[in-house]
Design a protein around this ligand. Structure first.
Ligand SMILES: CC(C)(COP(=O)(O)OP(=O)(O)OC[C@H]1O[C@@H](n2cnc3c(N)ncnc32)[C@H](O)[C@@H]1OP(=O)(O)O)[C@@H](O)C(=O)NCCC(=O)NCCS
Length: 195
């Protein structure tokens, strides 16, 4: 198993894993081409960290986050808003999706007390789960965040994602509070401190 920083050419594979393994999340409801753009932007952006696990050169897991969610969304909107809007208009555009996109993009502005850095998402292909791959990805992710002078970062996780909650708690994340995004769907906020 190779644990390495992602290249732009890995973005489509990462987007597909996201869609398959986090089926219920809001971002998963968006077209895979939109997610691919999001991951390319993450890999390109200054504060972005995306680490992948590769087995025989095939991506089987990933973790991604940023030193500043606000700066990342600003970068994404500046560089990709036209392409992203076209994809959304073609595939999914309706008022409730638009509302969710705004809730997702602007919750960091509302939640000013939280650390600016965030682990945005991670997933491992089902057949490869339970083998310690997420743990290896997480170690590499922490090192990469440290290099960006991040001392603490948050993660938001839906209450229904029990394996992920167990993972974060075992990794040393501390529960901070519950928040409601997307029509009062309960989301847990955890914070990880890099020592
Ligand atoms: C969460 C996820 C990334 C964990 O990946 P993984 O490679 O299987 O995790 P690891 O093998 O490194 O597990 C490390 C620890 O996490 C916890 N854990 C992982 N999967 C678990 C499960 N299904 N049930 C309970 N605890 C689990 C355990 O404490 C485990 O340690 P242990 O094996 O000593 O008991 C994986 O389950 C996944 O992709 N889930 C779907 C996507 C998802 O929910 N992502 C989070 C979005 S915020």
């Amino acid at each position: 198993m190779n644990i390495v920083l992602a290249q732009k050419s890995d973005a489509l594979a990462v987007a597909k894993i996201h869609k398959t393994e986090i089926g219920k999340g809001f971002l998963s409801s968006l077209p895979v081409t939109f997610l691919e753009k999001l991951y390319v932007a993450m890999i390109e952006s200054d504060g972005g960290v995306c680490v992948v696990a590769k087995e025989n050169n095939i991506v089987v897991g990933f973790i991604m986050g940023t030193a500043s969610v606000k700066s990342f969304y600003a970068f994404f909107l500046k560089r990709y808003s036209v392409q992203a809007t076209c994809i959304l208009f073609l595939k999914v555009f309706n008022v409730s999706q638009l509302k969710k996109i705004f809730e997702t993009l602007f919750y960091p502005v509302k939640e000013k007390s939280l650390p600016p850095a965030e682990l945005l998402t991670m997933a491992v292909v089902k057949e490869f789960q339970g083998k310690g791959i997420a743990s290896q990805l997480f170690l590499e992710f922490v090192q990469a965040m440290k290099k960006k002078n991040v001392t603490e970062f948050k993660v938001l996780v839906g209450e229904e994602l029990l394996p992920a909650i167990r993972f974060y708690e075992k990794a040393g994340f501390v529960f901070l509070k519950n928040i409601n995004i997307h029509n009062n769907k309960k989301t847990r906020v955890y914070v990880y401190t890099i020592f």
